[in-house]
Design a protein around this ligand. Structure first.
Ligand SMILES: Cc1cc2nc3c(=O)[nH]c(=O)nc-3n(C[C@H](O)[C@H](O)[C@H](O)COP(=O)(O)O)c2cc1C
Length: 220
């Protein structure tokens, strides 16, 4: 698969086969992704891969927090408002998802089930959790985005599926305590990873993109 095909065919996978990915393949994905650029080559990323019984126990911890009504306390603030043009793209996604699933995505029960699916790593055998020192500036969060995309592209090139999940950072403090990650670290993102279950209708849904002309201005 060439780079262009890899970029254009990657998509978020939300149902996985339970089969574990060999550890050397997971390590290879990170080994590839570490070639991402970063501000002054600072490489501000720290990675924890959680699998097996530990991953199940982490899921249970997150679901228990949700069910207890605990308020999410992510290290990065959840956006509460969006500029109108961006908000309209989010609305379009939600409308399309609602049409396809036949579910009202604002229904609290639908939201609860969606969180549980997120906290269950969508059935993936592994979770890749990304951290960095909390003292780092916004440029280093930017670097993490590039690193995360490299992980997802490398995984896709090896026939694996991924989904980036801000929701996995809802209870960042609890995740860090569970994994023995110091409080001085910032949890930036979680990524579920495994072999895609292509028989699941949820993986048949592809998002679209706005026309290129809408996001580019050529100045000559
Ligand atoms: C920073 C970030 C956070 C995201 N958080 C979640 C999440 O918590 N749960 C989820 O199911 N998808 C999440 N997504 C996936 C987006 O919904 C998805 O990337 C977007 O709809 C485009 O679809 P695609 O990845 O299939 O191209 C997130 C994506 C990004 C980049």
């Amino acid at each position: 698969m060439d780079a262009i095909e890899c970029i254009r065919t990657r998509m978020s996978i939300r149902k996985f086969k339970p089969d574990p990915v060999p550890e050397d393949v997971l390590m290879q994905v990170i080994d590839d992704a570490k070639w991402s650029p970063s501000y002054k080559n600072s490489q501000p990323w720290e990675v924890v891969i959680v699998s097996g019984e530990k991953k199940e126990a982490l899921s249970r911890t997150l679901i228990e927090l949700l069910e207890s009504g605990a308020e999410p306390t992510p290290d990065l603030p959840v956006p509460l408002e969006w500029p109108p043009v961006v908000a309209s793209r989010i609305d379009a996604l939600m409308r399309k998802r609602s049409e396809i699933t036949g579910k009202d995505l604002n229904d609290p029960e639908v939201k609860r089930k969606s969180k549980i699916a997120n906290f269950s790593f969508y059935g993936a055998p592994h979770g890749i959790l990304l951290f960095q020192d909390a003292s780092l500036t916004v440029w280093s969060i930017f670097d993490m985005g590039i690193f995360a995309q490299s992980i997802m592209l490398a995984a896709h090139a090896y026939g694996l599926g991924t989904v980036p999940q801000a929701f996995l950072t809802d209870y960042a403090g609890a995740v860090k305590r569970f994994l023995g990650v110091p409080e001085t670290k910032r949890m930036v993102l979680g990524i579920s990873i495994g072999y895609p279950d292509w028989d699941s209708p949820v993986n048949g849904f592809r998002t679209d993109r706005v026309p290129t002309s809408e996001i580019v201005k050529i100045v000559t």
